[in-house]
Structures are given as C-alpha cells and as structure tokens.
Design a protein around this ligand. Structure first.
Ligand code: KG4
Ligand code: ZN
Length: 359
C-alpha cells in the first residue's frame, strides 16, 4: 500500500477513534515548538525553543536567521516533546504542522520536517492554519469552551473579529485595513527604544504612565468591525521624532500608556459590540496581543457589564506554541478535513475563513 492510501485510511479511522494523539509542529516565526496533544485539549508536552534573544539584537525577526535557527533546533525539540510526553513514536496517531500564515523560510522548516516524519512513520499529515491554532489555544485552557462564539484575533500578523460558528467554521466580520495590532505595538516600542518584542515591553511601561495624549483612531471605520492602526502608529513616531529634533525629552511611559489605552479601547469595544449584535454570549481572545494586561482587563470588565463570558488562553498558550496546532488538528481530524499529501508546501498567507466546515 502506498504512503498516501495508507495515510488516508488511518485518517478516516481517526474520526471514530476514542483517543487521538497528535504530534504538532509550529515554526511560523521565531519559536520552534513541538507538542504532543491528546484529544485536542490535554497537553502531554509543549516544548518551545524561542529565538527571541537571537533576534533582539536586530530589533525584530530576521527571516533568514529564523529559518536557520529552526533547522538547528527542530530535531532536539521533537525528541524532547516525545520524552516529556512519555510516549514513543508508535503511540502517535497523526502529525500536524503549521503550513501558514507566517515567514516562508521558517514555515518550510516545520513543513518539511513534518512531511519526513509523517512519511517515515506512515502517519496522516494534517495542515493547520496558524491563526486557527491561536483560537484553539482557548480549548486547551478552557475545557468546556465550545463554538459558537465571537473571537477577537490579535497577533503580530493579524487583527480581526471572527464569528466562530463551529470548530472549523470561521466568518470574518472585520479585519485591519493596514497594520496588525501587534505590528503597531512593536513599531511604537521601537521608537520608544524598547527591546523586541515590543508588545510586552509597552504593557510593562504603560503601568508607570498616564493617558495624557488621548490619541484617537480614524472615525471612518466607526460603524464597521474593521480596524486601522497605522494612523496612531505614525502619530507616535512623529511625536517622538519631532521632540528628538527639538532636543525635548518626552515621558515615554505616558506615550506607552496613551497608545495602549487607545488601541485596547478600539479592540475591546468592537469585539463586545459584535457579541451584542450577533447575540453571542461568549467572547474569546486569541493571539499574542491577547497577553496584554490592559486589553484583558477591559474585555473582562465590558463582558461582565454585558453578561458575556470572557475567555483568554493562559499566558503560555497566548503566543506561538505547538500545542495550539495539535488542538486545532484534532478538531480538523474529527471533521474529516486537513489531510495533506507529500506535496504540501508552506503558504505565507491563508484566508482566515478557510477551511469552512460545519459538523
Ligand atoms: O501571536 P504571536 O505570538 O505571533 C503571531 O502570530 O504574530 O503574536 C506576537 C505579537 C507581537 O507583536 C508581540 O509584541 C505581541 O504579540 N505581544 C503583546 C504582548 N505579548 C505579546 N502585545 C501587547 N501586550 C503584550 N503583553
Ligand atoms: Zn502567532
């Protein structure tokens, strides 16, 4: 039997198998992560080799450097994931991998490693969207959480409000028309001389400052679920550059606080508005910026006021990790979608609404 027909048969059998163990691989940006996840919610291991220190000296992720470091790390991360889970290769039911969105070279390392592993072990290979993995991180942290819900997706590459109608059914209500919010956090941090990644640094510094600038975002998107963050980003950059040229000193903590207040207001108000308009009583935050303490505070308070239950992943599953990919893969397997063949390649961009399946 060829690898592909064997994998297809195994994949189909997993639909009704009681316990499904997935080994999942994530390498879309600057974390090499491999996890072992049982039945979508139980994390047996989640090893993350981060490259943050390596990229910090460049002030951001250097794609070529990221790819090389994924290559150096991935075999050992895999061994460690199996060791920590206390299982051997023969206990694995499927291999899952992030095939996009992300940095092409970085993604290719994970995809090719996954293909080699799936072929050599004769296992089905599941292709997972990174963004959908971020949403699934919530299933790990909240064992009773099920769709439907509204998801506020906030990462370094994406900003969107999604109506999650099923585990594999995503309807995009709005998105950013320019920068992703994480990108805006990172760029503002850079102009404030904070190290990479800037988001957590702004979060920290903002606690020492006050919202004295009262920044606003463009009014033109007011009645939509869309976002625009390039205006406020440019305003902060110009403010700092002009002050530097005049030899003036600014209070960077106040700038951090004012920036953070503005963008978190915009995100929280629109996300809660979506819950109310679509009459959904659950709001889920997903992606790295979901770790922001002020955003969580505002979402928590607004949800309570409006009788909506608010969910966010525990901190370790907020930013990039393999476990969230294993969780998503489980629900794809159960819906019978996502089986890849050995021609699978990486995709830098993936439509947020694909695949589109209701159980
Ligand atoms: O989801 P993620 O790990 O990677 C992508 O898929 O993009 O998100 C990374 C982004 C970065 O822009 C980082 O600065 C931001 O998440 N981030 C934060 C915080 N922690 C991470 N932004 C604001 N506040 C935080 N506490
Ligand atoms: Zn991510």
């Amino acid at each position: 039997m060829s690898y592909q027909s064997d994998a297809l048969e195994k994949f189909n059998n997993l639909k009704n198998k009681k316990d499904v163990i997935v080994l999942s691989i994530e390498s879309s940006c600057d974390e090499t992560s491999i996890a072992v996840v049982k039945n979508g919610r139980e994390v047996l291991s989640n090893i993350i080799a981060t490259q943050i220190e390596i990229h910090r000296r460049f002030g951001g992720v250097v794609p070529e450097v990221a790819s090389r470091n994924h290559i150096l790390a991935i075999s050992n991360v895999c061994k460690e994931a199996l060791n920590e889970a206390g299982i051997s290769e023969k206990d694995i039911d499927a291999i899952a991998v992030t095939y996009g969105a992300g940095l092409m070279g970085a993604l290719l390392v994970g995809v090719n490693f996954a293909k080699g592993l799936a072929y050599s072990l004769g296992l089905p290979l599941i292709k997972v969207s990174h963004v959908h993995g971020h949403i699934s991180a919530n299933y790990i942290s909240h064992e009773k959480l099920e769709p439907p819900f509204i998801c506020l997706l906030v990462s370094g590459g994406h900003t969107a409000i999604l109506k999650v109608e099923g585990y594999n059914k995503f309807v995009r209500l709005g998105t950013t028309v320019d920068d992703a919010v994480g990108e805006a956090f990172d760029k503002v941090a850079r102009v404030l001389s904070l190290p990479y990644p800037g988001g957590p640094e702004i979060d920290k510094l903002a606690k020492e400052g006050k919202n004295v600038y009262h920044f606003t975002v463009s009014n033109s998107l007011k009645n939509t679920y869309d976002f625009s963050f390039s205006g406020i980003k440019t305003e902060v950059v110009n403010l700092v550059h002009n002050a530097t040229q005049k030899g003036e000193t600014l209070n960077f903590a106040d700038i951090a606080s004012s920036f953070q207040e503005c963008v978190t207001d915009e995100l929280a108000l629109k996300a809660v508005k979506a819950c109310k308009n679509y009459d959904l009583k659950k709001l889920v935050v997903a992606g790295g910026v979901g770790a922001n303490s002020r955003l969580k505070e505002k979402l928590g308070a607004l949800c309570e006021e409006n009788n909506i239950k608010f969910y966010s992943p525990s901190l370790k599953y907020c930013t990039d990790n393999g476990a969230m990919i294993g969780s998503m893969a489980y629900y794809m397997i159960k819906d019978g979608i996502g089986l890849a063949d050995l021609s699978l390649t990486a995709k830098p961009n993936i439509d947020l609404q694909q695949p589109n399946v209701v159980r």
